[in-house]
Ligand binder design. Structure first.
Ligand code: IPM
Ligand code: MG
Length: 357
């Protein structure tokens, strides 16, 4: 029987609550599909930092490389300097394991969740390939004369040919194998800001270079500001989007709202063939922490993405299919903290449906 080693970082705020439901789901599908796994839990979060002043040590990053996959809840705490633990844990994973793709599906499961008028699940079904190791997240920069009237703050946007090329290639490969909607051609849209930020033209060229290898895939382009407009006006135009780290961060929060809210959006931080990390895209939501109100569907869908990555395709389809069926059933009025369904009850609804199917 196949067995997987899965690292778990429940994280801060609502992280542990949603991860607990995600693990319930994992247990249910493992049972049905007949695979095994071992969980390896890691304590790195903001409370751990406040207690011990310990961030993620380098040897732990080496240990993570030996796992099959990692599941992360959320990081962020009001009592810790913004970004400190996020950089250590989230960016530590992304950069440390070279997880160069951040894959973020934008899929509307049921019309009642969508804030747009007259848009249906057929109209909102695209996927964002966010470059995940470069751009304005490079951590290259700093302050000069900090806290004086002469302060200078600098940050470098780093775009390498290798980074752009491999993100573009992933996007084109994904487009050529994604299920088609009607007779629409597979399409990859490059989203950048190469008009104002001229070095973004490295993306233009890497994209065109990769496109030559995929004659069956249509190419498109949108500047990021226009992309935001089209995502609201004509989301049905998008199939696969490839974009920079920061733009991918921003447009996928917008995308999450098209799906019904942050509570449903999931992501995979992927290095094909190597240990990869899966997480809901929402944050730690401190105001909802410990209240058993957060929606666990994003974390549950992250488990689905993890199973797909591990090659457990049938198990992945069970998770995604069940989330879809549950949302279409009308039993879940919304995918936010005001749904009236507790975190644990929603997790149980998913597990019950998985067992009955
Ligand atoms: C995300 C988050 C992170 C990011 C933060 C917490 C560092 O917003 O995963 O989208 O900016 O990538
Ligand atoms: Mg974000």
């Amino acid at each position: 029987m196949t067995s997987y080693n899965i690292g778990v970082l429940s994280g801060d705020g609502i992280g542990p609550e949603v991860i607990s439901e995600a693990l319930k789901t994992l247990a249910a599908v493992a049972d049905l599909e007949g695979f095994q796994y071992e969980l390896v839990e890691y304590p790195y979060n903001s409370e751990h930092y406040l207690k011990t002043k310990e961030l993620v040590p380098d040897r732990v990053i080496d240990e993570w490389r030996t796992l099959d996959a990692i599941l992360l809840g959320a990081i962020g705490h009001p009592d810790v300097e913004p970004g400190l633990v996020e950089r250590s844990v989230i960016l530590g994973l992304r950069f440390g394991l070279d997880l160069y793709i951040n894959l973020r599906p934008i899929k509307l499961y049921s019309e009642h969740l969508c804030p747009l008028k007259n848009k249906t699940p057929e109209d909102i079904d695209f996927i964002v390939v966010r470059e995940n190791t470069e751009g304005l997240y490079s951590q290259i920069g700093g302050h000069l004369k900090k806290n004086t009237p002469d302060e200078v703050a600098l940050v470098n946007g780093v775009y390498t040919w290798k980074g752009c090329e491999r993100a573009a290639r992933y996007a084109f490969e994904l487009a050529s194998k994604r299920p088609r909607r009607g007779d629409a051609k597979p399409t990859v849209t490059l989203v950048d800001k190469a008009n104002a930020i001229r070095p973004h033209d490295i993306w233009t060229r890497a994209f065109a270079h990769v496109a030559e290898d995929f004659p069956e895939v249509k190419t498109d382009h949108a500047y990021v500001d226009a992309c935001c407009m089209w995502m609201i006006k004509n989301p049905e135009w998008f199939d696969v989007i490839v974009t920079t780290n920061l733009f991918g961060d921003i447009i996928t929060d917008l995308g999450a709202m098209l799906q019904g809210g942050m509570g449903i959006a999931a992501s995979g931080n992927i290095h094909p063939g190597q240990t990869s990390m899966f997480e809901p895209i929402h944050g730690s939501a401190p105001k909802y922490a410990g209240k058993n109100v957060a929606c666990p569907l994003g974390a549950i869908s992250a488990v689905g993405m993890m199973l797909d990555f591990l090659g457990e395709t049938a198990a992945a389809e069970r998770v995604d299919g069940t989330v879809g069926d549950l949302l279409r059933s009308g039993e879940v009025p919304s995918v936010d903290a005001r749904s009236g369904i507790s975190t644990s009850a929603m997790g149980s609804m998913v597990v019950d449906r998985i067992r009955k199917a």
